[in-house]
Design a protein around this ligand. Structure first.
Ligand SMILES: [Zn+2]
Length: 356
């Protein structure tokens, strides 16, 4: 009986001990995040860096992916506020859900972050989800890839790695870009897992173009590899992404889609152009988001094929490297190709219809 009581007491004690520990950890994580944002708002990047884990700072050009997303969306950190919506503690790390908004309207959330915090050298530091979620994964290196996988059954054989290395070299040569780094490839089990690594919605495959990271449910996704390598067309100091129709068009043209080859996409483009007279170059360029799914992919890849095969790679790279030009998209295209989009559209459609 006495023993039972002492065990009971011990459990009670341990219980209260661990909850004290955990709230302490949560407070530390919150303080870490607050100090990090404060340093960033003050423009003190060196200070901000102290609040991030070492491995990601070494590996990635831009280590905080969610801050980068904000930056690419032209949101100025100095002019926004945040509130912590939820805090969770799991398995040795803390998750903080953060809503960003403009001070004048706190009900309009402009970005939702899910931020991870972990102890390193006795202090809390920030981390991307991918860092935490793939901590225990295995890896195998090839000439151009670091292949990450969870269990031995997903271990890539030499044949697969050779195929990936060859594809990498083919794309680097074709695009004539200087790509030196290894690409991190994460082999996932589900679309949910792929999305989770990037803190985004579910997807069969995704990549981080800037940092050279790819994740997919298949053991090799050429489309995403093209995205990563083609980002090198942009000049290094360029702080924007390429236009979507060019970015996706190029990846579909050289890498196909997850389950379809580039040739299948071209035959779909032909069918679509034959059936639908409303397909226009202007709307593909200006309202790319309207062209979803396989048909959108088909049209974009056929356009990029047309531009590269008829006018050369140099002009295409020039257009691509200008990045998002928003309201001057049509003018930029006409400038570089020296023709109106109406004429270009006619030539593009004739080109696609003439393909076998
Ligand atoms: Zn894509």
């Amino acid at each position: 009986m006495e023993k039972a009581i002492s065990i009971f007491m011990m459990i009670l004690f341990l219980g209260s001990y661990s909850s004290a520990q955990s709230s302490e950890k949560i407070e530390e994580a919150k303080a870490c995040f607050e100090n990090y944002v404060k340093a960033l708002k003050e423009g003190d990047e060196e200070k901000a860096k102290e609040y991030w884990n070492r491995k990601e700072k070494e590996r990635y050009k831009i280590y905080d992916w969610q801050l980068r997303d904000m930056f690419f969306r032209k949101v100025n950190l100095e002019s926004v506020d945040y509130k912590i919506r939820k805090v969770e503690e799991t398995d040795g790390y803390i998750i903080i859900h953060v809503d960003w908004y403009y001070p004048e309207d706190s009900s309009k959330v402009i970005q939702k972050d899910v931020r991870y915090f972990i102890r390193e050298d006795k202090k809390m530091v920030g981390a991307n989800p991918i860092f935490i979620l793939t901590r225990d994964w295995l890896k195998k290196e090839s000439k151009h890839f670091v292949y990450h996988f969870k269990t031995r059954k997903d271990e890539p054989d030499q044949k697969l790695l050779d195929k990936m290395d060859n594809f990498y070299e083919k794309i680097v040569n074709f695009l004539d870009v200087d790509y030196q780094d290894r690409i991190d490839y994460f082999r996932c089990d589900s679309a949910k897992e792929v999305g989770g690594l990037f803190n985004l919605e579910r997807s069969l495959a995704r990549c981080d173009m800037i940092n050279g990271v790819v994740a997919g449910i298949q053991n090799f996704v050429p489309h995403e590899i093209v995205h990563v390598i083609s980002f090198k067309i942009m000049s290094p100091e360029e702080e924007r992404l390429p236009e979507t129709y060019l970015n996706e068009g190029l990846a579909y043209y050289l890498g196909g889609a997850t389950f379809f080859s580039s040739d299948t996409l071209l035959s779909w483009a032909k069918t679509k152009i034959l059936k639908d007279p409303k397909v226009s170059l202007d709307s593909l360029v200006l309202r790319t988001e309207k062209y979803q799914g396989n048909e959108g992919a088909a049209l974009m890849s056929s356009l990029v094929k047309f531009l590269i095969e008829n006018y050369g790679l140099d002009k295409f790279k020039k257009l691509y490297s200008l990045g998002k030009t928003y309201d001057q998209r049509i003018e930029t295209l006409e400038d570089i190709y020296g023709e109106t989009t109406k004429r270009l559209e006619k030539k593009w459609k004739n080109f696609v219809l003439s393909l076998h």
